[in-house]
Ligand binder design. Structure first.
Ligand SMILES: [Mg+2]
Length: 327
């Protein structure tokens, strides 16, 4: 690869934030122009040159990381320093109309082979739902995600969840409520995990220094890409804080990036990196991620992301195109 590499990247019409993060090119944001900075000196984060843009404003994303690791002839996971061939995964189950339906949905995913279950909760659909699911799948790793739906006044609900042997409680309070999280966390035996509150390494450091959480969910799509994600991982690894990889409806390309990230040694909890058929009838990659019998996804071993674009599908889904030049 020469000093300048021209790439043309089809751009989908982005209907909302999650669509944006599911961009088929895996473009998650400006910081993600670089993966694993410090591991590869050519990859410099554009976010260091100015203010951090919000979700989806990036111009580079993870695409160049794919190019660089392809140029190096290495799978992205190896390029980033990961060593695993498979990564443990779980499934995230949204709010269901009834407790019975939640239990049935969870049992169906368990029967598909997902070894870890996450259920979404919200006020009015929390403790009873979690209790019913726990009774339905005793011994199966289970966690709940509140998506910032509560305030500190609801502390009792989370204290009562201490009886459910949960892996963690994810983001119970507001995105900006680090201080209140730090007041809630010591009241619970179950570890608190932060998701929406963590947009950068600084946020991770502040949260841990405040005692606002004991676990962090790292989503490349939320933290501007693989570069910042790997920095957060490295910091947490040094602090012996477990991390896991969250998902934001990525297509096969973004999913490949998440799988590569999850090969880093600090990702000791199963990620929300479900098989391709969890969200898409038809993906934009030729290769599908399939759940292995041991509850893992295999890490692609080809150069770069290790997946190839299914052009016929991409052409049908593409509404507009933009060209980028990587120097
Ligand atoms: Mg979450």
């Amino acid at each position: 690869m020469g000093g300048v590499c021209g790439v043309t990247v089809p751009r989908l019409f982005l209907r909302n934030r999650e669509d944006c993060l599911a961009h088929p090119a895996g473009f998650h944001g400006p910081g993600s122009a670089v993966s694993a900075a410090g591991r590869h000196p050519r990859l410099r984060p554009t976010s260091e040159a100015g203010p951090r843009p919000s979700h989806g404003e990036g111009r580079h994303g993870n695409g160049p990381v794919d190019l660089y690791s392809r140029a190096a002839g290495q799978p992205l996971a190896r390029f980033m320093g990961g060593e695993r061939d498979r990564v443990p995964v779980g499934v995230s189950v949204g709010i269901q109309p009834s407790i019975e339906q939640m239990v049935q949905t969870v049992l169906a995913f368990r029967d598909q082979g997902y070894p870890r279950i996450k259920i979404k909760i919200m006020p009015g659909r929390d403790l009873e739902v979690a209790r019913a699911v726990r009774e339905a799948i005793p011994g199966v790793p289970l966690q709940v995600d509140a998506n910032s739906a509560y305030t500190l006044e609801s502390a009792l609900i989370f204290k009562q969840m201490d009886d459910l042997d949960l892996l963690l409680i994810e983001q119970p309070l507001g995105e900006d409520d680090l201080v209140d999280h730090s007041k809630l966390a010591p009241q619970l035996l179950t570890p608190l995990c932060l998701d929406e509150s963590i947009h950068s390494l600084d946020h991770a450091r502040w949260a841990l220094e405040l005692g606002a959480c004991r676990i962090i969910n790292i989503k490349p799509g939320r933290v501007s890409g693989l570069y910042e994600a790997s920095r957060i991982h490295d910091y947490c690894f040094e602090q012996v804080v477990p991390v896991w990889c969250g998902g934001m409806l990525e297509t096969g390309i973004g999913r490949a990036a998440n799988v590569a990230l999850a090969t880093l040694p600090g990702f000791t909890l199963p990620g929300d990196i479900s098989a391709s058929d969890r969200y898409y009838e038809e993906d934009v990659t030729n290769e599908a991620f399939v759940l292995n019998s041991d509850g893992t996804l295999s890490v692609p071993n080809g150069p770069g992301l290790g997946v190839t674009v299914k052009n016929s599908a991409l052409e049908r889904f593409t509404l507009n195109e933009e060209s980028f030049r990587v120097t």
